[in-house]
Design a binder for this molecule. Structure first.
Ligand code: AMP
Length: 240
């Protein structure tokens, strides 16, 4: 038991603690539904870095009925990418916040080569940039996304088959109504996957040549994926 604790400490905790003061930027790559969001939330907690999801920022704008939210929704509901001009302004204004000084976890950004180039041009030279690509076959993605449900009141996530609520359509946590995101229907998911393969997947090559890229099998259990992600970040940034 003690040996296991020491092993855990030396492989996971010490390398993370050894990361020096230059910013750590984690870029989560992977298709919609590959688990980027789930992993980003955990990594954010464990590494104490803010989780920045462009999809969440758009949904927040939509909830508040801002012109940006209304404009973005026109693209999101059809599974299209929101134009770069809207994404970049919103993201860079978020990155001005003080809480990003030590780094951050990007979820859903960049999604195109021009977005990645714009980001690269703005990052400090000594930042440690790690790209983690969660690899999940398309068939599994479609099953995962079309079964996804979210509580309209508290945002708790469910899956109709894999993580159903106790009572159909009702949130276990707060009794709120469960609903499907407008862009989680099969028709829209197929469009999102097409765009992912055409526009976002080439980012693996981009990061392979410019940063540290790690491919992770996203069909493994969430805790295995998380452990691998932490090890990869430690490997990439501990000597930074
Ligand atoms: P997500 O929550 O990351 O799946 O994003 C939901 C939707 O928001 C996407 O399908 C796009 O329509 C839009 N979106 C989010 N991030 C970006 C981005 N970086 N570039 C363009 N559109 C985005």
């Amino acid at each position: 038991m003690r040996y296991l604790s020491l092993l855990f400490l030396s492989f996971f905790i010490l390398p993370l603690m050894a990361m020096n003061s230059s910013a750590t930027i984690v870029v989560m790559l992977g298709a919609p539904g590959s688990g980027k969001g789930t992993q980003a939330v955990q990594l954010s907690r464990e590494l104490d870095l803010p989780h920045i999801s462009t999809g969440d920022l758009f949904r927040e704008n939509l909830k508040n009925h801002t012109p940006l939210g209304e404009e973005a929704a026109r693209y999101m509901n059809q599974g299209q990418l929101v134009p770069d001009s809207l994404v970049l302004d919103m993201l860079f204004s978020r990155l001005q916040s003080q809480d990003t000084a030590k780094g951050y976890i990007l979820d859903g950004f960049p999604r195109t080569i021009p977005q990645a180039e714009t980001l690269a041009a703005r990052l400090p030279k000594d930042a440690c940039i790690v790209a983690l690509s969660l690899e999940v076959p398309d068939e599994i993605i479609v099953e995962r996304i079309t079964g996804r449900l979210v509580c309209a009141s508290c945002g708790a996530p469910y899956h109709a088959k894999n993580a159903p609520p106790k009572e159909e359509g009702i949130c276990d946590r707060c009794g709120g109504k469960l609903q499907q995101r407008k862009d989680d229907t099969e028709e829209v998911v197929i469009e999102r996957l097409k765009i992912f393969h055409a526009e976002t997947e080439p980012l693996k090559e981009f990061y392979k040549s410019r940063a540290k890229l790690f491919l992770i099998d996203g069909t493994k259990s969430p805790s295995d994926v998380l452990n691998e992600a932490k090890q990869d970040i430690a490997k990439a940034c501990s000597s930074n």
